[in-house]
Design a protein around this ligand. Structure first.
Ligand SMILES: C[S@@+](CC[C@H](N)C(=O)[O-])C[C@H]1O[C@@H](n2cnc3c(N)ncnc32)[C@H](O)[C@@H]1O
Length: 266
């Protein structure tokens, strides 16, 4: 009996909406910031949990990791919907890319990294902590979960890096050429934060501060949205927000900071 067959998949079938290239922002961030974990792993196993109606984003993640981190990466796409597992099977390319039925328990696998995107959004907020705990308990030692949300085309995205102790970082990411203002990111927060975007909560403070910095950086718009974003992020950092990574990541339209966040100036 396979590992997948021994475990009852935890979770429920939800809408399968997906799109090619929708998850490129989080994939590029994973390649840039999680490569060390994968390179150090004896078994570089990655799970894409809840890949949806077609396996296209799982295929893309495997390709990005194989090209950008290590060619022997093994990606297993897990879906709770058996029909979606059957539909994905023709896209398998073993041993580097396979598909199986599984849920938050990760089907008995012990991956170094799990990407779960646009999965928890369709659950109740009260179900999120248990889902995180179940997934992180199944990780290989030192493994991480990247859990987040994006819009249909992946122009607005946000995600949390979570380990066995809970969320470690929050990343907000946007396609800068179509971004009106960073406040738009509020619509695409991870499930755990979406209802917390109210005065007094760090996520509300952060989005407001980022929006203010973006307005203050308006003169840089003449040099393009990238320069404007860089200026806004630099300004935010100067006001005390503990922004991580560096300009190489910021210029991609990203912002990563420890989470739960220290309020401004703390
Ligand atoms: C909106 S689709 C997301 C597809 C893809 N990850 C993306 O972001 O484009 C969500 C998928 O997650 C699956 N799903 C929901 N809960 C799950 C669980 N606990 N374990 C595995 N898959 C799950 C649903 O069946 C659905 O196909």
């Amino acid at each position: 009996m396979s590992g997948a067959a021994r475990h009852r998949p935890l979770g429920v079938v939800t809408r399968g909406t997906t799109n090619p290239n929708r998850l490129r922002r989080v994939d590029n961030w994973i390649v840039a910031t999680c490569a060390d974990r994968l390179l150090a792993a004896a078994d570089p196993l990655v799970v894409d949990l809840g890949y949806g109606a077609t396996p296209v984003t799982a295929v893309e993640l495997r390709a990005r990791l194989a090209a950008g981190v290590r060619p022997d990466v093994r990606l297993v796409g897990l879906e709770i919907d058996p029909a979606r597992v059957a539909a994905a099977t023709p896209a398998a390319d073993p041993p580097g890319l396979t598909f199986a039925r599984g849920g938050f328990e990760l089907a008995g696998l012990r991956p170094v990294l799990v990407r779960a995107f646009n999965v928890l959004r369709q659950y109740d907020e009260s179900e999120v902590p248990d889902a995180w705990r179940t997934m992180t308990a199944a990780l290989a030692p030192g493994g991480v979960l990247v859990e987040g949300t994006c819009d249909e085309l992946g122009r607005l995205a946000s995600w949390l890096l979570i380990d066995a102790d809970g969320p470690r970082t929050l990343t907000l990411a946007a396609k800068l050429t179509t971004l009106g203002s960073p406040a738009e990111l509020a619509e695409r927060l991870p499930k755990a934060l979406i209802h917390r975007n109210v005065p007094g909560e760090p996520i509300h403070e952060l989005i407001r501060a980022l929006d203010d910095a973006w307005q203050a950086a308006a003169p840089y718009a003449t040099f393009g949205p990238r320069q404007r974003w860089l200026s806004a992020v630099t300004r935010l950092r100067e006001t005390g927000w503990p922004i991580l990574n560096g300009p190489n990541r910021w210029r991609q339209g990203e912002l990563t900071l420890p989470w739960p966040a220290a309020p401004r100036g703390a």
